[in-house]
Design a protein around this ligand. Sequence first.
Ligand SMILES: *[C@@H]1O[C@H](CO)[C@@H](O)[C@H](O)[C@H]1NC(C)=O
Length: 592
Amino acid sequence: MRGGLGLAALALLCLCAGLRGTAADEHNHRYQVGDTVTLWVNKVGPYNNPQETYNYYLLPFCKPKPADKLRHKWGGLGEVLQGNELIDSQLELKFRTDMPKRDICTMTLDDDKVEDFTEAVRRHYWYEFFADELPIWGFVGPPPEQTKGDSNVYIYTHKTFDIAYNGDRIIHINLTSESPQPLVSGATLSFTYQVQWKASSIPFVRRFERYLDFNFFEHQIHWFSISNSFMMVIFLTGLVSMILLRTLRKDYARYTQRGDHDDLESLERDMNEESGWKLVHGDVFRPPNYLELLSAFVGTGMQLALLVLSVILITIAGTLFVERGTIVTVFIICYALTSFVGGYVSGGYYARNEGKNWIQTMLLTACAFPVSCFSIAFVLNTIAIFYQSLAAVPFGSIVIVLLIWMFISFPLCLFGTVVGRNWAGAPDHPCRVKRIPSPIPDKKWFLRPAVIAFVGGLLPFGSIFIEMYFIFTSFWNYKVYYVYGFFLLVFLILLIVTVCVTIVGTYFLLNAENYHWHWTAFSAGASTSVYVMLYSIHYFVVKTKMTGFFQTAFYFGYTLMFCLGLSIMCGAVGYLGSLMFVRRIFHGLKCD
Ligand SMILES: *[C@@H]1O[C@H](CO)[C@@H](O)[C@H](O)[C@H]1NC(C)=O
């Protein structure tokens, strides 16, 4: 056990070291004239398939020598998980030193090389370099549509780096690819590059703004959708408070009236009012079916909500979007640390419902979500290995993630369960549960649990779907998502709308004298992700040009993981909101 803890601590240290810290110059981003600036090559792949990426040297480009000793850069866990592998290109690049055209290498094309390059150009391969942590992109060759009517396919053989500097800092880098040459077997191509430096007045702190698409993210539509969602929130909270006021006021009115005129008339009115939700007071706190599973979901959902909130806040505080992979690393660490909350909520809830299956509940809380995600990731990883893609996560990184889960997340969840059971586990239902369950009357179709559950997700989805468009577009279409303030707002709106909708749904259900509200409330929140899934199919068909099995599998695999987390989170938040509502309205009622 102690060895394991040591290992986990070591893993965490590696992670944190990976957050920052590489070579000295790149670390502080300051250079003297003539200092070497390392040009790292990263990945290459079809432009339309963002996850289908390969090692740059998988294409027969000129390799640095010796070819078996490539210098790699370790950039932290998140970077590796996102499918990056930086290799020193060993192209000479000196700070503020212009370099006239010079050779990278000369190669004679054989059939294999021609075939590889042709395929790459046909599928719009592009590649990514990094210098001083700035990304540089270029296409392998001119798109075949451009050279229509010509039987040859072309490859760019000359690269021009235009680098802007400000004092001892690098501000931005332009790459221009030129002199396309036909890919013909037996031809000899010489690959060349040149470097030009140019002074710039842009301050270093603003150099990343070039990669942010202000027009896209701060478009009127975005603001409009936020204000729209706000209206929805106001309307829904109004509705919920009206329901609350109505139910509660009647109770209070009855209490005060009872003293003054105890006549037949008011008694009769009381009798009439004793319908709807009040009738189920003996059953409404009956423990739900599959209590273990519901406890686990409620715990995990609260953990996820807290996790998303903390990741957003950390990202806003640290403008982390400028660094490769950092958000993923933060996400993993925060997941491990918030496991305590998951255990606490789940344990407390389970104890309040007098559950006895502790081990099962704890295991479900700790494992259900991570194991589902691991399984999806495992399938995707197998596909990636089969395709020799960079998206395949190396074995070492998998081990680190597993160690973090085993030695930080799991024990914290266990500890949280114990604490929750002892501190928040006293049963405290406002009404006693009757021994014999009442029958449930048959009601109209729209008051059936399945209908309420399914309709419940519509409004929460409506409040986030514009944001979904922005998130999907940045994830699948190479835009840097930087508007985390919007994200935070939309996240809060989503939570509020989910809670309100579930409360309204629960109220209708109880009024129909159906006391099976637990899973209905949970599903009403969770069904949001069904709509997100449907939307993602629409997005895939209409908005992206992805092709091939590899990218399709990754698209839907990632979406599935996302929807899984979203459904558990929304379900839990909605359920806990309804639980508070139900406790509140029955609190004012004299149960027996
Ligand atoms: C890079 O390209 C942009 C846009 O075309 C241009 O404004 C900028 O001056 C270029 N930078 C250098 C160093 O050439």
